[in-house]
Design a protein around this ligand. Structure first.
Ligand SMILES: Cc1ncc(C[n+]2csc(CCOP(=O)(O)OP(=O)(O)O)c2C)c(N)n1
Length: 526
């Protein structure tokens, strides 16, 4: 069975046949044939963002929450380069995102044509795979191959660059079986572990012989849906479980074997457990430098068993209750425990990057798998607001909160317009401390208190909300927190709550960058 379609129509058909139903994008000259084909195309909902970076983050959020490929679309040149931060974010955190970009027509390639950028070259290091489609006959299979690569093994972003004249060319549309995508979702097949039998036996012996074994788990447990297996292993062996920033919600927070988050802002007793362990069973994590600190001093007594789908990820990188001083302003702890009460643990929390991200990771009581979404590997400020749009579209039935600092929020706050136009119900919380807080903390601790370019002015967020036609609340008193969060949670549509927190609150404990997990800072150095 075949029919004659334009390249643009072939893109639409291939996406629909692969189970894609939502696209995040922004039009422009080189992608106009695709937008023309999209007009009125049944089965594809397009979300018009306000900046292509947001399209990539939203596709990423959609992919993480929906456990399926998220798709973003941009024009050539500036449209495509605006995607780069979002693709790099997805690349670091193993999220399956497909970017389809328009490119100048083939006769103009390599001639510095208007809005020509070698996007395949630019995105090569931040994608798993990318391709410039040179012939419409290859287009459908190039898309299918890219989609399949995005979800196979360790998921990640892929990019298909389509010259404008290829979008206008006609070709037979054929179902080829390339990629064999089915629903566009990753296939969680039971892996063939035959060749690992010996390693599994050795691991079992190591666990049986260890006196202080621990498990450290990361996002790989979420991606592979291995919650039950990991929990069974923990319960059968009694090994305590440490969850990395990206592994939060892979294990029930309230479980008696759950310890919490390790590393730079991990609690002292958790890092101590790592330093004292004689065996670490690491599952689905990279042992990145924020987790290990100085690798020369990391877990000095431990043998390490590393279980990861990415064979290259083999250890290549290898407080007690926190005391914070909140003199005036709101305490993040109160805010987060109140939010947990308000959502009843039903919602998904998408955090941005900075101090508030660490407070969320340390304090929010995540109970359900994959309900904590953040930019861990890249640490891309501006992630939360657009990613939360993608999360909400993947999980329409539950509250989705984007928690940002006043810095990161201002990077992508234009997306409120997208939420309003498209009716995407995201709840926005801004932890406003008047600073680029995490950088200010480093300046306080390590740069003699010189706050170089970290004080940051904000607009009136309640008026900003009003300008977009959504309800907004400013909260300064602890007594007002619950009411504002409850109203924001209950009121239909997007809502915004600004939480004025103590200006110079710090995140503790802290391991000095590159320092040893054995030497936490529990107060600002004098
Ligand atoms: C795109 C980007 N630019 C710069 C940074 C460096 N950076 C990390 S945390 C941070 C401060 C974040 O400030 P804010 O959003 O106000 O959050 P807070 O730390 O105050 O909670 C900065 C500038 C980054 N991570 N991402």
């Amino acid at each position: 069975m075949s029919e004659l379609l334009t390249g643009a129509q072939i893109i639409c058909r291939t996406l629909v046949d692969a189970g894609v139903d939502v696209l995040f994008g922004y039009p422009g000259g080189a992608i106009m044939p695709f937008y023309d084909a999209l007009h009125g195309h049944a089965g594809l909902r397009h979300i018009l963002v306000r900046h292509e970076q947001a399209a990539a983050h939203a596709a990423d959020g959609y992919a993480r929450a929906g456990n399926r490929v998220g798709v973003c679309i941009a024009t050539s040149g500036p449209g495509a380069t605006n995607l780069v931060t979002g693709l790099a974010t997805a690349h670091m955190d193993g999220s399956p995102v497909l970017a389809v970009t328009g490119q100048v027509g083939r006769p103009m390639l390599g001639r510095d044509a208007f809005q020509e950028t070698d996007v395949v070259g630019v995105t090569m290091p931040v994608t798993k795979h990318n391709v410039l489609v040179r012939d419409v006959e290859d287009l459908a299979d190039d898309l299918r191959t890219a989609l399949a690569i995005a979800i196979e093994g360790r998921p990640g972003p892929v990019l298909v660059d389509v010259p404008k004249d290829v979008q206008n060319q006609k070709a037979e549309y054929r179902v080829s079986g390339v990629g064999d995508l089915g629903s566009g979702k990753p296939r969680h097949q039971a892996p063939d572990t035959g060749h690992l039998e010996e390693a599994i036996q050795q691991t079992a012996q190591l666990i049986a012989a260890a006196e202080r074994p621990i498990m450290m788990i990361g996002r790989g447990v979420i991606v592979s849906g291995a919650y039950d297996a990991v929990r069974a292993l923990a319960e059968r062996t009694g090994m305590p479980v440490i969850t990395t920033l990206l592994g939060i919600s892979a294990f029930p927070q309230a479980h008696e074997l759950h310890l919490g988050m390790p590393g730079m802002h991990g609690e002292v007793h958790i890092n101590k457990a790592i330093q004292a362990a004689d065996l670490i069973v690491g599952i689905g994590l990279r042992f990145d430098d924020r987790v290990t600190g100085n690798t020369a001093t990391f877990a000095p007594r431990a043998k390490i068993v590393h279980i990861d789908i990415d064979v290259g990820a083999e250890i290549r990188n290898l407080m007690h209750p926190r005391e914070e001083v909140f003199s005036g302003g709101l305490s993040p702890e109160v805010i987060l425990s109140t939010l947990a009460e308000v959502t009843g643990g039903r919602g998904t929390i998408v955090s941005d990057v900075g101090q508030h991200q660490m407070w969320v990771a340390q304090r929010y009581p995540f109970q359900r798998p994959n309900t904590h979404i953040t930019s861990g590997g890249l640490g891309a400020m501006g992630f939360a607001v657009p990613a939360a749009m993608g999360v909400r579209l993947a999980r329409p039935g539950e509250p989705v909160w984007a928690i940002s600092g006043d810095g990161g929020f201002q990077m992508n706050m234009a997306e409120i317009a997208t939420m309003v136009q498209e009716g995407i119900e995201v709840k926005l919380a801004i932890f406003n401390n008047g600073y680029l807080g995490m950088v200010r903390q480093w300046q306080q601790f390590f740069h003699g208190g010189r706050y170089s370019n970290t004080p940051i002015w904000s607009p009136d967020y309640v008026k900003l909300a009003a300008a977009y036609g959504i309800p907004g609340w400013r909260v300064k008193q602890a007594s007002e927190v619950a009411d504002a969060l409850r109203q924001a949670n209950q009121t239909p549509g997007p809502t915004l709550v600004e939480l004025v927190i103590e200006q110079e609150a710090n995140v503790f404990p802290m391991i000095v960058p590159g320092g040893s997990l054995s030497e936490p800072l529990e107060a600002a150095p004098v």
